[in-house]
Write a protein that binds this ligand. Structure first.
Ligand code: PHB
Length: 397
């Protein structure tokens, strides 16, 4: 791999081609434009949410392999930092160091909501775009005018699930969510939309984010015996919930499981196995999405990563890179934060997930939300889309 690698500081530069001094133009403005553009990519590469970091890193690498390491005359250097996924103060310190010492002009990544919250003031102070690729609480872009989101929001994917359940003879539901930002958003939107559709939420349960034990919550659900249990847990946690749901006999007792696609994460489907069979979920991305763009993406991703299946966080990252490259083309390589933000607002493109755009006012992503059913296909389980709601905005929570 070409480029500088600084092992001591545990940072990894992905394919940054060294600039030859001989080709630097003399005029200062052009010379400035020829400086590499540094992107500080902060994700959990270790700890309980390491799969999010792995997916994001793989997607960013793939995007650069396919689209080149430079755009509009600027080399794009990626400086990857592992924040461990659980400590907001670590994420904040990394963001500060990237901006002040490494002189990054863009921040990106952010695996969980508390970590995006922690970095937001750094982006505001430094006036650098902050591309939120994974964290999904509605309020995040309001924490800094420099935030743009390319992933999704829980409120956005939960509303179609609640409406689908109400239309499909599910009358009585218990909700179970992780007790923090995205979970509270999902709970609020589900209770509202399912209630408006004529359904009744018998109880709303919240499991801790750290070291959760789902057993007491599932015991309560079994006692209440609703038609369905609605679940949101963040990417990485779904296998534990599904395993216990089956082991504790909820499925056998006739209780249906419905959930957001975070629970049936493509990265986890192999470990979930047959426990996923028939589960209906809603989300903005499935590796089984039947478009030519997605088929090519899944194949290239798998080939570049020893057979790994891309999940929704990878797509947030892949589209985050696309947004940055397109914005840089529009600014003709100028990395001024305000100019990049102006270029990003309102941008629209065909993602591997379907058509997407960045709402100019909220800086949040507008996209199709799919209703899917988990089915065996080619020896493993996939979320097969069978219904969709187009151009879904974050409804707020
Ligand atoms: C979040 O912390 O915002 C988050 C993380 C993982 C998910 C969804 C939301 O799957």
């Amino acid at each position: 791999m070409p480029g500088k690698i600084n092992h001591q500081r545990r940072q990894l530069m992905l394919g940054a081609a060294a600039l030859s001094a001989g080709v630097l133009p003399a005029a200062p403005s052009v010379a400035a434009a020829a400086d590499p553009l540094k992107v500080g990519l902060i994700v959990p590469m270790s700890g309980p949410f390491a799969s999010t970091g792995r997916q994001i890193e793989a997607a960013v690498k793939l995007y650069r392999q396919q689209n080149g390491a430079s755009v509009a005359g600027r080399q794009v250097e990626i400086i990857l930092k592992d924040d461990g996924g659980v400590a907001p103060d670590v994420t904040k310190r990394l963001a500060q160091e990237l901006v002040s010492r490494e002189k990054v002009q863009v921040l990106a990544g952010f695996g969980l909501t508390p970590l995006a919250f922690a970095a937001a003031p750094v982006a505001t102070q430094a006036k650098v775009p902050m591309i939120v690729m994974a964290a999904a609480t509605s309020v995040i872009p309001q924490r800094s005018p420099y935030i743009v989101r390319t992933g999704f929001t829980l409120a956005q994917v939960t509303a179609p699930m609640a409406q689908w359940a109400a239309r499909n003879k599910i009358r009585n539901v218990v909700t179970l969510v992780s007790d923090y930002g995205p979970g509270l958003d999902a709970e609020k939107v589900f209770v509202k939309d399912f209630g408006e559709g004529g359904g009744k939420v018998a109880d709303s349960l919240r499991a801790p984010l750290r070291n959760p034990d789902y057993a007491p919550f599932l015991a309560r659900v079994k006692d209440l015996k609703p038609d369905a249990l609605f679940v949101f847990v963040p990417s990485g946690e779904g296998a534990a919930v599904l395993k216990q749901f089956t082991e504790r006999g909820l499925a056998a007792a006739g209780i249906r499981l419905i959930c957001t696609g975070d629970v049936l994460d493509d990265d986890l489907m192999a470990s979930i196995g047959p426990a996923a069979a028939g589960v209906v979920s809603s989300h903005h991305y499935s590796a089984a999405h039947p478009s030519p763009e997605n088929k090519a993406y899944v194949e290239a991703f798998s080939k570049a990563n020893q057979g790994m299946r891309p999940n929704f966080h990878s797509v947030g990252a892949y589209d985050g890179m696309h947004l940055l490259y397109q914005a840089l083309r529009q600014t003709k390589g100028d990395s001024n934060g305000d100019k990049l933000l102006a270029a990003m607002k309102g941008m629209a493109w065909t993602s591997v997930r379907g058509p997407v755009s960045i709402d100019a006012a909220s800086r949040d992503i507008v996209q199709t939300v799919y209703i899917r059913k988990a089915e065996a296909s080619g020896g493993s389980f996939y979320n097969i889309e069978f219904d969709q709601v187009d151009k879904v905005r974050d409804p707020g929570a």
